[in-house]
Design a protein around this ligand. Sequence first.
Ligand SMILES: Cc1ncc(C[n+]2csc(CCOP(=O)(O)OP(=O)(O)O)c2C)c(N)n1
Ligand SMILES: [Mg+2]
Length: 616
Amino acid sequence: MSKTIRLTMAQALTRFLSRQMTEIDGKKMPIFGGVWAIFGHGNVAGIGEALYQVRNELPTFRAHNEQAMAHAAIAYAKANFRSRFMAATSSIGPGALNMVTAAALAHVNRLPVLFLPGDVFANRIPDPVLQQAEDFSDGTATVNDCFRPVSRYFDRITRPEQIIPALSRAMQVLTDPADCGPVTLSLCQDVQAEAYDYPESFFAERVWHQRRPRPDRHELAAAVAALKGAKKPLIIAGGGVLYSQASYELAKFAGGAGVPVCETQGGKSSLPDDHPLNMAAVGVTGTSAANRLAEEADVVLAIGTRLQDFTTGSWALFKNSGKTIIGLNVQPFDAGKHRALPLVADAAEGLAELGAALKGWKAPAAWTDNAAKGKEAWQADAAKVTASTNAASPSDAQVIGAVQRAMGSGVTLLHAAGGLPGELHKLWQAGAPGSYHAEYGFSTMGYEIAGGLGTKMAKPGEEVVVMIGDGSYLMLNSEIATSVMLGLKLTIVLLDNRGYGCINRLQMATGGANFNNLLKDSRHEILPDIDFAAHAASMGAISEKVPSIAGLENALRKAKTNDRTTVLVIDTDPLVSTDAGGHWWDVAVPEVSARPQVNAARKAYDEKRQMQSVGD
Ligand SMILES: Cc1ncc(C[n+]2csc(CCOP(=O)(O)OP(=O)(O)O)c2C)c(N)n1
Ligand SMILES: [Mg+2]
């Protein structure tokens, strides 16, 4: 008989988590950076007591909103290139459901996070308990079943010994580069507190390393043959390049072969913006330098990308009908999209093997030179739109220029929703890998501030700059107070254009009337005039409303020496966005309408849809 130890299920769970390690740059450290927790009925007595026991090895952090704390956990994993992650535990009912949106965010972005929502009593004796939603026809259903479609692995723990296989499976999923994403272990309240004689061996320290699968021989040969025949090759760098930390191999491969590179939102900062072969953003929010190459490319090496509509211009951007796509991806689901030649492998390993097999091969010099000219032209356009101005309500692009001038490229810039993602994708000049943190897989309003907090936890020595619109700020700002409490400084630039500016522009572009987006166009008795600086100050932040672009630059320079989260608010123009670059995006326009503007927009829409390459 192996030795056993009598613990509650929750104690076994926290003890197990605290013993899971990883190795980064030769240094052993816990793979879990901590646990975010908001206690209540369904987790305070069980998990709460167990977290207290391990608080020195596995720190617990208290937040103000369950969705936000999960955002912080997810951002932590992203900023760590998925090599470390966090858990988030909630009470039952509303606390648990507050995390479902965040679970979907992690699912879409392929980011590891462990959700530990409290669940109803497995014994059902006190049913219905506070916050239990009763299902009239299914005795096993609880609201936590909502996590199923947004979890890579879901389990409900109804007996204490079930946690043993469940935690092994959880670690397998969280550390698997292909399958990784949210894991939900739904913890019945009574079972959290039940004791069991667990084998001591279950709690042995375990060191996890990132798996790096190498390509299959046949797939590699097919990819090499396609590239050898390419006249106009182009690389798309997606988030998988960053997660694999493959920037060195990408620069080596692209540089050696003279293949231009463009970047998705998730992949931006794979190469520094000033790398001569980096054409920067591709797709709907792309640069002219990248998109003109994408239109002509005959072989597209798509690395670590889901090829979502913003990258492919709703599948209308890549116009060369004879093109071949090579899908270098650790996940076969993505590698084979659009009839690509799959090259299932870790990005770094795949690039290294492609490079070795293609040694001496170069893209035609005319194509590489043409790319360089396009980059120059784009940079001139970008400089114009980001230049300083005295305008009372500058554009988002002008604010981006100010942030870039004041903060340089050495900061980590974070954003998620509104007009900013499109402008930043085109215009932000990223530095080191991971210095551009976009949540544009799910584009969740309210990710920004909590995401900034998680990023700062992952990179405590770096300046984390969060750019956010007034709409996103109002949706979820409460973790400003947590950042102050934890001494984790963020620099937050809030662009106040008095409403949902980008959706208002989209509404106009689809023939709609200005309706229900900007505050002034929404039903109101009193037009709100929100004092964001006072609001942020009330949570302990240093804050200031700046009067101009020059004022913002000064305030940002001063903010560098602040020891606390700083919120700088600037009024911006809701109607202006950067015309240069970009590509059509498929947004369905009504086929019939009483509004002539909608009919005109539909006509233009029908024409644009002709560009979509259906079937390949
Ligand atoms: C949770 C969530 N709800 C709704 C949306 C749809 N949406 C995308 S951007 C946006 C407006 C954002 O407003 P703001 O943050 O002020 O940025 P702006 O558009 O003004 O630049 C909305 C409603 C979303 N992305 N996320
Ligand atoms: Mg706004």
